[in-house]
Design a protein around this ligand. Structure first.
Ligand code: HEC
Ligand code: HEC
Length: 289
């Protein structure tokens, strides 16, 4: 072996490499570094034996611990399924009233209803169920067709004016203008009368003249004082909430050629558990009775 040159200052051997007169000393690796290096190699070998590591043709080596992330996922999913199933069974077995009175179950149903709502209902009712023109707000305590648990369940199951469902909720306001039941003057007068019911600004003389037209043509559905009728889905006219707008022109348009909201029936499309969860959710939104 060639005797290597010693560095004069430190007395350490040099590696023989030299750049511009600067020589590289051949110091040994620090001990701690060497050990860390060896331990990590040992660790790597054990790890490769214990866990799936070497890719083979169809799958990797299994490792002696038999671990697989797929199996772990399946286990977690199973555990969730089992705990959900307990709640789902209870929802199927209990009445809406009983579900609502069991706070834990009601919370589960609410969460399920909320996500089903986001998928099936929000495109019409809005993501927070606040509605928009023609689509009722479901957060308030003003109901067209009723706000009890069973009312809401019926509405969701059978829809509204959804002709494919024999039990759908149905009623239609006559087209007083289009079918010439009332003339334009009468429609203008009754519109002022409708405005007066909710104490909005109106023409007093017109409204007085419209009162009789209202009693003869409208009270049967909307009530003597505009309180509405849930049997027929006729909105209350004496409050500040309007499905189709609160301006006189909106009201005249509705009397002349009424719009009729249609909501699809969900009884065939969604399972009974989901409908119950939706009912609990809608009922809890604020205005459930
Ligand atoms: C295609 C649009 C549309 C979809 C989707 C829809 N709705 Fe409706 N919904 C309506 C309309 C329109 C009305 C009001 C009908 C009327 O004028 O009487 C309504 C009314 C209701 C009512 C009655 C409110 C009251 O005041 O009595 C409830 C409850 C309701 N919807 C719940 C739901 C739920 C829950 C879903 C999802 C499963 C849903 N809706 C999906 C259009 C829709
Ligand atoms: C056969 C029952 C019936 C009769 C009669 C009737 N309506 Fe209606 N009316 C309804 C229904 C149902 C609606 C709701 C339509 C919908 O939900 O899409 C409605 C809606 C309205 C609205 C819209 C309310 C809102 O919140 O935007 C007004 C205004 C109105 N009616 C006024 C009248 C007036 C005025 C008369 C008499 C000239 C009359 N209606 C007669 C059933 C009736």
């Amino acid at each position: 072996m060639v005797k290597r040159e010693l560095d004069e200052v430190s007395g350490t051997e040099t590696t023989g490499h030299e750049w511009d007169g600067i020589k590289e000393l051949d110091n040994p690796m620090p001990r701690w570094w060497l050990w860390a290096f060896i331990i990590s190699i040992v660790w790597g070998v054990i790890y490769m034996a214990a866990y799936p590591a070497w890719p083979l043709i169809t799958e990797a080596t299994k490792g002696f611990l038999g671990y697989s992330s797929r199996a772990e996922l399946a286990d977690t999913m199973n555990a969730v399924q089992v705990s959900r199933q307990k709640y789902i069974n209870s929802i199927n077995a209990l009445s809406l009233e009983e579900i609502r009175n069991d706070s834990e179950l009601a919370r589960f149903a609410y969460a399920g209803g909320k996500s089903a709502f986001a998928v099936n209902c929000s495109q019409c009712h809005g993501s927070g169920a606040a509605g928009s023109a023609g689509y009722p707000n479901l957060n308030d305590d003003n109901w067209l067709w009723g706000g009890s648990l069973t009312d809401i369940q019926t509405t969701i199951s059978h829809g509204i004016r959804f002709e494919q469902d024999d039990d759908t909720r149905f009623s239609e306001m006559p087209a007083f203008g289009g079918d010439e039941i009332l003339d334009r003057t009468q429609i203008g007068q009754v519109a002022d009368y409708v405005l007066s019911l909710s104490k909005r600004q109106h023409d007093f003389e017109n409204a007085t003249a419209g009162a009789k037209t209202y009693a003869d043509n409208c009270a049967a559905c909307h009530g003597d004082t505009g309180q509405g009728d849930r049997e027929q889905g006729a909105p209350q006219l004496s409050n500040v909430l309007w499905l189709y707008g609160n301006e006189k022109a909106d009201i005249i348009a509705q009397i002349s050629r009424p719009k009729h909201g249609v909501m699809p029936a969900w009884g065939e499309r969604l399972d009974a558990t989901t409908i119950k969860q939706l009912t609990i959710y809608v009922h809890a939104l604020g205005g459930g009775e």
